[in-house]
Design a protein. Structure first.
Length: 144
């Protein structure tokens, strides 16, 4: 399978939106547009699309540079999703490798990934790529 990885553009939003739904966060291209607008020109964010030979969206990764006080700066993979039909074809591995290369350009010594505890297949993938669980935490949210 030939995979092309490139920055996400405004014209990609309609085909990238279904991937958000596969991760459990349904969105439309119109909903993604203002989010992308705020992120794409910020050097602290990496947003990449993996596409197949026919231009279909195979995966998306969003990584962010974290300026931290208590710890040294690091990069966090905020989202990584591969289309169900493309899983097992190295799409995720290639996207992750791109994020790690970008992290090195930022001068950080670590890349962090959060993954829902129910995503066992994702955890196996991350472990296979050298990531180790360092702690478990609760994510709490307050609607304001």
């Amino acid at each position: 399978m030939r995979i092309n990885i490139r920055p996400i553009g405004d014209f990609d939003l309609a085909k990238a939106a279904p991937l958000c739904g596969e991760l459990g966060y349904p969105a439309t291209g119109d909903e993604l547009a203002p989010r992308l607008a705020k992120l794409k020109d910020n050097d602290d964010n990496l947003l990449l699309l993996a596409e197949g030979e026919t231009g279909d969206a195979l995966g998306v990764i969003h990584a962010g540079y974290l300026r931290m006080f208590i710890e040294a700066p690091q990069v966090i993979v905020l989202s990584l999703v591969v289309a169900e039909t493309a899983r097992g074809n190295n799409v995720g591995a290639k996207l992750l490798k791109e994020a790690e290369a970008w992290a090195k350009t930022k001068g950080v010594g670590a890349v962090m990934i959060g993954s829902n505890v129910v995503r066992e297949r994702a955890h196996k993938f991350y472990h296979a790529h050298g990531y180790r669980e360092i702690k478990r935490w609760s994510v709490l949210k307050k609607m304001i």
